[in-house]
Write a protein that binds this ligand. Sequence first.
Ligand SMILES: [Zn+2]
Length: 369
Amino acid sequence: MPIPAFTRRHFLSATALSAVAPVIASASAPATAAGNAEPSDAILVLRPTRVFKVKDRSHENTESWIVSIAVQTPVPATLEPVALDVELSKDDLVLRRAHYGAEAFAAMTYRSSFAPKLADGRDPPTPLHWPLFLRLRHTEPAAFGTNRMTVAATLKDERGRTIAARVVVPIETYAQATSLVFPFKGKGVVLQAGAANGGHRNRSGQFAIDAMGTDSAWSVCAPGDGKKNSDYPGWGRELVAPAAGVVVALRNDRPDQPVGDSSDPAYFAPEYRKLGGGDPENHLVIDHGHGEFSLLAHFMAGSLRVARGDRVVQGQVLGKLGHSGDTNAPHVHYQLQSGPDWENADALPCRFANVAEEILDRGTFFEAR
Ligand SMILES: [Zn+2]
């Protein structure tokens, strides 16, 4: 039975960090040994703006989180890593300190052309620059109870001047306010999950789930070559509202990918073709209140039964599971996010009241009742 290449580019996984304002940051530029440095005012900017730890599906009782940081400067700069110091704390109790030299620090950084934006997606009032990004992943014993992380970066600019920037990051446990049901009923399997599980890594998708429907014997694909969308038992399954709310964003004008096991960029909306992926295509966002919003994506062409502004109830049929956008096989992409705009919202961890598995990692089979 052919299984599609799920490890390839996938919805939202290709679009990395999106914009945010500096929410927690402090920095100052110490004078160099030569004493001729100008203050550089580099700060460390978090995206997503909040960091939530989640339990791992492991026997070791660990929890994981990822901190994505942009080094932000008021003028263009070429920065090189010098040293990084990370401290984990539970309240005022320091649990552990780690020091990374230049080579190790460099290995955790990357450069990108993302344009700096404010947290809500607006352009900053004065030009800002993000010359360097770092991404820190932690898996720690749950018994640590880590709730704070301090990150102190020492960098060097192109003139050899030292720049120091420090940020204190609350490591939060998310308290989900909305009781959610899974976006489809019946048996399914998770193709890809959140960033700590090696999956979606953009700002609002850190905890996103891609799920295929299976048949009663847990097969994701009928015998055959998997080239037809109808080879997949989940194709056309009803997608339902995970909770009551108001539809605040919606797209319903795009075709499905014609080949069941491939994601052809020719079928992406034009604005995503040049990005090379990340297209949710036919999708909608429901505002549940409490700052919680559901995004469901990749609906079957023309299947959406609701319109922007509609009020929906939990379990109400919204449309059908499809294969539109950047998708390697018919599936639904689901994420809980902090705002209506998926490109400028933070990801929120979520669990479902009608799925027994508390942790839906990649490869988890489940039944939504
Ligand atoms: Zn996805």
